[in-house]
Design a protein around this ligand. Structure first.
Ligand code: ADP
Ligand code: ZN
Length: 759
């Protein structure tokens, strides 16, 4: 018998390469699926991942060419790189599902599942040199050493005085000022050893977490907790439980429910994964977990995009070594190799950040549901404004729904006032940034020493530079997008590709000198507030002011400590923040986003308004929200004003059903991109014809058109979409047509299944 491993080659460019290799006897039982191996490929060495191992009878004398069977001896694996599989068996199955469902190569799928620092061949562990005294000289020897080599003697005495009689090489030669030659001499004399010490990089190393005690739950929270715990227990039986949609208004204490359910799961020896939209945007959530599980801090791993490569490597390895059983992280944490998984929580499940916008274009919330099924564990999706996809699944009974209808301690939801900015603009004879109502409300909060959050979904100073004479709007040279004026840099900047240029003083098209700024962004709002509210302490949070790793945390901490009165920000402040002293939230322009050509525009606006409004009145004091809008009667605005998610969902669901959009159909967006406009367009048209030719029943296809954002990063973009109620049929058809096709080298065709971004 011969052991045969199927190996998926790393880094194959467009199509997956998978080959069989012989497993040499010495590695039998050591080469397992999910491990990486070195293999010969043509005339070079390559790296790959074992996807399966099987036993095969060996027939060395098998005749050539019969029945498509192998006719030559298999090449053997050259080396096994891992001591243990990087992917568990359910994760390997999950990889299969992802590459099938999202039409992604397996190579890109494995790349998404295993972080790069873990994949890279070198060990990745960070080591430091440590100097340890191994022979403590008696007084006599020390005296003679003092005469012979005073520096060495000094070092020996220093080491003797230190805990463990050792010190880091870098510290000794650095701060303490010992020379490297002295150390080497002592090493030769056998008095000290210089050894490598593995250091684990802990992203939270310099923070102290004080253990937080579980809170007494209110009856709704308790019912939800008990149900989740029961589902996790059921999961161990034959039939896995249904995913749970935890629908809880903002401030209803969802996090506390997760914390206590997880505690129980972990007490029973199982693991848990918690997904949050983006840790750097929700630092308070990660802290809550670190605090609650402070006593078992090593068992909590945090995985997110702002970790250094080394930190990510270490956190992930901690999970793989089964030291960490609770994983908190953004999207890709859904792939953490936690074994014996009991519970997966997806917090703020409606968030767009769960969708990855590069291959494999997976939606982590949906992947969580599939993983839950494969691992037979409980899955909880939590939100105050569930995605309509999840809402519909709850309506049809595919998901179980649990409700938290009350804020904790019976705090009231804030009063929401809608201000019609059309009237304000008329009153002002021009664009108003602050309505008189909002201005008065801010004044009264400042007088009462309460805090204010102002939200605006656009950074920069002015939205764009416009010439009133010829109508020119300054656009990016690489994208079809208006440039935004940033005052601090005095530049026009593209928010898509980052391109920046100096601000022209006259119109580059017609030479007109009346060229002027239109619209406003956070930078302008800050300037205006500083003028209007003299003496108020104002801070701004957007990607321009939050460049360094800890900026966000510092600004938020200062606000929490009451050192700031008004906080202005973009969506970076929309989520998950909890400041009890905030009694006023102003939303400066609720319309942004309503007018984009996207069937989810209304849903997104409703979610954003509700989430931002939810930042008000989270303490003892009642909250107020002022929403400024040019479309006060839009359903998204009106339902948000009445805190009526159910009403909003009901009418939006009807609309989607009538228009045959998600969640009633799956939608795949097919896009071609190229620096050559004609080639992008031509390739897409060809593809469109083929897709249309034998269109299976139940599938629909739109006409090929320029993308709403026709140019981005110098690439021209064209697109069409396909819809179908049956996902398998949809991907089956698309994959079947695309498979044998090839496009010119400079044309990129992408398929985005269950697309979120339609532009
Ligand atoms: P949500 O995520 O539902 O918006 P949070 O989880 O942020 O709400 O909870 C809001 C606040 O209420 C938090 O400060 C939390 O610590 C607190 N809280 C949660 N549950 C309770 C409870 N049972 N009793 C008192 N306070 C609670
Ligand atoms: Zn650009």
């Amino acid at each position: 018998m011969q052991l045969v491993a199927t190996v998926l080659i790393d880094g194959a460019s467009s199509k997956d390469l998978q080959f069989d290799y012989a497993v040499p006897a010495e590695w039998a039982g050591k080469a397992k699926p999910g491990m990486r191996v070195r293999i010969p490929l043509r005339n070079r060495q390559a790296i790959g991942t074992i996807t399966a191992v099987r036993e095969e009878a060996d027939h060395p004398e098998r005749p050539a060419g019969r029945g498509g069977k192998r006719t030559f001896a298999l090449k053997p694996i050259a080396g096994v790189l891992d001591e243990a599989p990087l992917l568990t068996a359910p994760l390997l199955k999950l990889a299969e599902w992802i590459s099938g469902y999202y039409l992604a190569s397996r190579d890109s799928t494995l790349k998404a599942m295993i972080p790069q620092p873990v994949r890279s061949e070198e060990k990745g562990e960070k080591t430091r040199k440590n100097v340890r005294l191994v022979y403590e000289p008696d007084l006599e020897t020390l005296e003679s050493l003092k005469k012979r080599a005073p520096k060495q003697a000094e070092l020996v005495e220093f080491l003797i005085s230190r805990p463990g009689q050792q010190g880091l090489l870098a510290d000794l030669t650095g701060l303490s000022g010992f020379g490297r030659p002295s150390i080497t001499a002592l090493e030769k004399a056998g008095m000290v050893v210089v050894e490598d010490e593995v250091v684990t990089r802990d992203p939270f190393a310099d923070e102290v977490f004080v253990q937080s005690a579980p809170m007494a739950l209110n009856p709704e929270q308790e019912r939800s907790r008990a149900r989740i715990v029961a589902a996790a227990a059921e999961a161990e039986t034959e039939r896995p439980p249904r995913p749970i949609l935890l629908f809880g208004v903002t401030g209803s204490g969802k996090t506390e429910v997760y914390l206590q359910a997880i505690q129980r799961v972990v007490d029973e020896g199982r693991g848990a994964i918690v997904l949050v939209p983006e840790i750097s945007l929700t630092p308070q959530t990660a802290d809550q977990f670190k605090k609650r599980f402070a006593a078992m801090q090593d068992q909590v791993a945090i995985l997110h995009s702002h970790l250094s490569a080394g930190e990510r490597h270490d956190e992930w390895r901690k999970v793989l070594r089964r030291e960490a059983r609770i994983v908190i992280g953004a999207r890709s944490a859904i792939f953490a190799p936690v074994e014996n998984l009991g519970l997966i929580v997806v917090d703020e499940e409606h968030e767009n950040t769960y969708k990855q916008e590069s291959p494999p274009r997976y939606q982590a919330r949906d992947v969580a549901v599939v993983r839950g099924h494969l691992e037979k564990c409980a899955v909880v999706l939590g939100s105050a404004t569930p995605s309509l996809e999840s809402w519909k699944n709850a309506l049809t009974g595919k998901y179980e729904r649990l409700d938290l209808t009350q804020r904790v301690d019976d705090r009231e939801l804030p009063l929401i006032r809608v201000i019609d900015m059309r009237l304000e603009t008329r009153k002002n004879r021009g664009l108003a940034i602050l309505s008189s109502k909002l201005r008065e409300s801010i004044e009264s909060r400042l007088a009462d020493r309460q805090q204010v959050i102002l939200f605006l979904n656009r950074r920069g100073f002015a939205r764009s530079l416009i010439c009133p004479e010829c109508g020119l709007v300054m656009e990016c040279r690489h994208c079809s997008l208006a440039l935004t004026y940033h005052r601090e840099e005095d530049k026009l900047i593209c928010h898509l590709c980052g391109y920046a240029q100096v601000t022209p003083r006259k119109c580059p098209e017609c030479g007109g000198r009346a060229i002027s700024l239109a619209g406003f962004g956070t930078e302008k709002v800050e300037a205006v507030l500083n003028e209007v509210f003299k003496g108020a302490r104002i801070a701004r949070i957007d990607t321009d002011t939050m460049r360094r790793k800890n900026d966000l945390k510092l600004t938020l901490n200062a606000f929490k400590a009451g050192k700031t009165d008004i906080l202005i920000g973009t969506q970076m402040i929309a989520k998950g923040l909890h400041f009890p002293n905030v009694t006023l939230v102003g939303i400066l322009n609720a319309d942004i986003g309503l007018h984009i050509p996207d069937f989810r525009a209304s849903e997104r606006t409703f979610q954003l308004l509700t989430q931002v409004a939810g930042r008000a009145g989270r303490g003892e004091l009642k909250g107020e929200v002022v929403v400024q809008t040019f479309t006060p009667h839009a359903p998204a605005v009106q339902f948000a004003r009445h805190h009526d998610y159910t009403g909003f969902a009901e009418q939006e669901i009807q609309l989607r059903e009538r228009l045959e959009f998600p969640p009633f159909r799956h939608l795949a967006m097919i896009t071609s991109r190229s620096v050559h406009r004609e080639r992008a367009e031509f390739s897409l048209q060809t593809l469109h014809r083929r897709m249309k030719r034998h269109l299976p029943d139940g599938l629909t296809i739109t006409e090929p058109l320029p993308s709403p954002l026709i140019r981005s990063h110098d690439q021209w973009r064209f697109q069409f979409s396909m819809r179908g109620a049956n996902a398998k049929r949809l991907t089956g058809h698309i994959g079947g047509v695309l498979g044998p096709l090839s496009f010119p080298e400079d044309v990129i065709v992408t398929v985005d299944m269950d697309a979120h971004n339609l532009s």
